[in-house]
Design a protein around this ligand. Structure first.
Ligand code: G3I
Length: 322
């Protein structure tokens, strides 16, 4: 039967893809799926391109981790979503704790982006330029970037990324935008600030870290995606996983998970400027969730034995009927 990326292309999307953990690449069964380009047409490095990996000390750049997944994508001919540049987390202490002035921090951001985006120039279909700049209450996130520069760090970041790789599509990326609440409102404000500044912005990434049974309906998701596409921007689901809050899931819970995934993918099909879907990992064998939400998980399309789950079939059906 047809696989997900080929179905996504036939449905008019640019990709169906997955994040790949740099530490999992020794697993040959895992890598066989990750490298099946009819199934997974796009890769995101789960951790290797983040600031703590790429510039652990000021001016000392290291692309060893970031090159792992970039190299796999290049070898397989898969699109690469590059992730991420200006983010408060996985940010080394020399950035967050140095008491930089506005001008120094601007220069630190520009130097980081010039080097990292420059290293991957020509390889990144998308860059998540800024990540998680709004907090869960809908306030500006209290990061070193915001407290030092106000919202100016946004334009600084996007302008630096554009200068270093004019061909990459530049995204702002966040989670919980799907619920169309205060966090989404503030993200719309962020988008307007970036656009009003004249800085380049191509898209808004909906991370899509969702919960089985609490995922919004397909039409509610369309409504929130369109809050951004009305600016002429594209959108994508960039880190999709839908976790069970109690484990192990029974058959009804697995079916519900499939319906939830179908709502998300279906909403992307309903919005012409929704360009693709990336799942955050693809197998329950490896996921960030149990470490952060103990007792929860099983959020992906393949089980721990790398067998397809009902959610896989739900996504393939919704893509096939598009
Ligand atoms: O690399 C070290 C390793 O040397 C050490 O032995 C090990 C011991 O804990 O830790 C390893 O680092 C971990 C890293 O993942 C690689 O496995 C970090 O502790 C751990 O915090 C880190 O978690 C990542 C998390 O981002 C950090 O914020 C997850 O893998 C990754 O899936 C997650 O991804 C984020 C997106 O980037 C942004 N959106 C939310 C999403 C989920 O949290």
């Amino acid at each position: 039967s047809a696989q997900l990326h080929e179905l996504a292309l036939a449905a008019g999307l640019d990709f169906f893809g997955a994040a790949i953990g740099e530490g999992n690449t020794h697993d040959s069964q895992y890598m066989a799926i990750a490298s099946d380009t009819s199934e997974i047409g796009q890769l995101t490095p789960e951790n290797g391109q983040k600031w703590d990996a790429t510039e652990p000390n000021r001016g000392q750049f290291n692309f060893q981790q970031g090159d792992i997944v970039a190299g796999i994508a290049a070898q397989n001919g898969q699109l690469l979503r590059c992730h991420t540049l200006t983010w408060y987390s996985q940010l080394p202490g020399w950035v967050s704790n140095s008491g930089f002035s506005y001008e120094e921090l601007q220069s630190v951001i520009e130097t980081h982006i010039e080097n990292v985006v420059g290293h991957y120039k020509g390889q990144c279909y998308h860059w998540d330029v800024v990540n998680e700049v709004i907090d869960d209450n809908g306030d500006w996130r209290d990061s070193v970037f915001y407290t030092t520069m106000g919202t100016d760090f946004l334009a600084v970041s996007f302008n630096a990324a554009k200068a270093a790789d004019p061909d990459a599509k530049l995204y702002i990326n966040d989670y919980n935008l799907e619920y169309n609440e205060a966090k989404t409102d503030r993200t719309v404000e962020a988008v307007e600030i970036i656009l009003d500044s004249g800085a380049p912005l191509d898209g808004v990434g909906f991370q899509g870290h969702l919960i089985v049974g609490s995922t919004p309906s397909r039409s509610d998701l369309v409504t929130v995606l369109e809050r951004f596409t009305q600016y002429g921007l594209e959108v994508a689901y960039t880190e999709l996983d839908i976790r069970h809050e109690s484990l192990p899931p029974n058959d009804a819970a697995l079916a519900q998970q499939g319906d939830d995934f179908a709502n998300v993918v279906g909403s992307c099909l309903d919005v012409p400027n929704c360009r693709g879907v990336t799942i955050w990992g693809f197998t329950d064998k490896y996921s960030w969730i149990p470490g952060v939400f103990p007792g929860e998980g099983a959020a992906l399309l393949y089980d721990e034995n790398l067998q397809k789950k009902p959610a896989w079939t739900s996504i393939s059906s919704i893509l096939a009927t598009a």
